[in-house]
Write a protein that binds this ligand. Sequence first.
Ligand code: GAP
Length: 513
Amino acid sequence: MAKQEDVFKKVVSHAKEYGFIFPSSEVYDGLSAVYDYGQNGAELKNNIKQYWWKAMVQLNENIVGIDSAILMHPTVWKASGHVDAFNDPLIDNKDSKKRFRADVLIEDYCAKLEDKAQKEIEKAAKRFGEAFDKAQFEATNPRVIEYREKQQKILSRMAKSLDDNNLADVKSLIEELGIADPDTGSKNWTDVRQFNLMFGTKLGASAENAMEIYLRPETAQGIFVNFLNVQKTSRHKLPFGIAQIGKAFRNEIVARQFIFRMREFEQMEMQFFVPPGTELDFYKQWKEKRMNWHLALGLGEENYKFHDHEKLAHYANAATDIEFKFPFGFKELEGIHSRTNFDLSAHEKHSGRKLQFFDPERNESYVPYVVETSIGLDRMFLALFSHCLKDEVLEDGSERTVLSLPPALAPVKAAILPLVKKDGLPDFAEKIFNDLKFDFNVISEEKDSIGKRYRRQDAIGTPFCITVDHDSLADNTVTLRERDSMAQERVKVEDLRRIIDEKVNFRTLLAKL
Ligand code: GAP
């Protein structure tokens, strides 16, 4: 089995074993691509939300946050284009009866060509050592050029066929490339069909009067339709932004990578409304700001890259993805899009209401342009969780699993551990708990040996363990153990709050932005 599959399996099992993520309705064997967050998962998720909300809303004078409803008037989705165009091309394998996204099968084929190109580059790098000039090799090596040209040709043809809704050609491409069902090797495919990803439901008491509505597939439209309400009541002038965190639903055809692609998930989105003609400057600024937000977490610059879109949606004039190195490779974590005035204009047209801003400097009214930043909360969770989960071999040869989360995001900030369950140590621990609980999420644990308790806290990412022993009663000191270095120091009980706060507060993180 490939190593990255092992890593991913470990991520999934660790998330379940330590109360981060459970399959939804597990007692009924689960519901595909739907997950529940457990006691530690909910804390981590809340902390990620806080980091995003504080960075976007609290630190920016001209951004406010809202919380709009999941259910919206159905015309919203007609105007936004989701009713007509929020489709994925699907294909079934007649032998295995498995369903695939046709575009993903083709993209995976291209990814294999890229792997081959990378192998050539790696081989050459080894052969030439320090003298290796990667850029020159990529530009001149016939095999690398061939692999890349082939990818380009395939992807352009697919993009054109999808654009023209020529689904027969998408199927021909799959057949010409000899793409087989990855699990069974069968090449017996059905035709390609379009499949709308929105979940429909009904609003109303009786069947005759019920209105067909949708669970929102993105939170952004709740921001667009509230643009004027917020602008007028907040009295913000352009440029200003509206942020929101909330659930979104997509009936994904293939949802295999744990919480990477879910049917119910959360988005953290911000729409920045700007005067026409200034949008590309703000787009550049937001690209930089959002990348800094990620880098401040300290997971390593090499694990992020921009993927600028060459082919743009008809309403966008610039778009990029921030990709993260997940255990299964670089994949989209966040999207940043310059969406022109497409959405507000579409809502003006469908609602018959003006959604404009009177600009006193330009002395004119116009439909604002929009730069959007959109990140999946669950994907951000997976990025952090998979990157921070590590198996370490210690100096004495023993092993530990540690979740080295940025301290501000850790579910539990400190665990208070009385060495034994007697001699007044639990009471002493309780006093510390009762003092710290107003500032931090802390827990107290008495069961098992101290070593086992340390390991358990390492596994859920707790930055500090506070051990209460017999000396504590005499001199009011405790042993403070730090998660990453495992260094232990004796500290006064009255210094605990300050020491913990210095390490775990959001200020330190936010000050880096
Ligand atoms: N309003 C723009 C929008 O929704 P998107 O690229 O479709 O754009 C934005 O989604 C982000 O939402 C993605 O970058 C990803 O992080 C997250 N996302 C999208 N679909 C998802 C899914 N099925 N499961 C989990 N996260 C998802």
